[in-house]
Design a protein around this ligand. Sequence first.
Ligand code: SF4
Length: 157
Amino acid sequence: MVKENVSCKSGCSACCHTQVSITSDEASLLVKQIVSGAEVDLRRLRLLADTGNNAEEFYKLSYEDRACPFLGAGDTCTVYENRPSVCRTNHVVSEPVLCETRDGQEQAVRLLNTHRADMIMMAFFKNSKENGALPKMLWKALKRLEKTNSNAVVNKL
Ligand code: SF4
């Protein structure tokens, strides 16, 4: 029943071109995925990390460069099984066209009501050491790893 009314479908990556927030713990988990071989676009990661948490700067980038560094071939998520909490809980019930941000503008979309999950996530974010835009948080976590490790991934940074 829920699945039938949700607009999100495989191959749609509209929300992966918006600013996704994660916690420092999630950034550390994503770094582990990279070290274990998950595909990440380091060029895009670096470009996106430079925009920090600033949505205005983020939306100045081209649509292609705004793609999440984990968005891989066929518009699929390379860390799907271990994707951040925000990517798991946002389910759109309005028309998919409203999710489009090719013109650099976000439009109001209707999300599935997930009060309980939202409350857990709010507590999770509130109690995190730090949180912010995925590229910025991931870049910081990779840089921390760089200081302690000579891993092949880190050497590419
Ligand atoms: S982690 Fe995966 S699902 Fe989340 S924004 Fe990036 S590509 Fe999309």
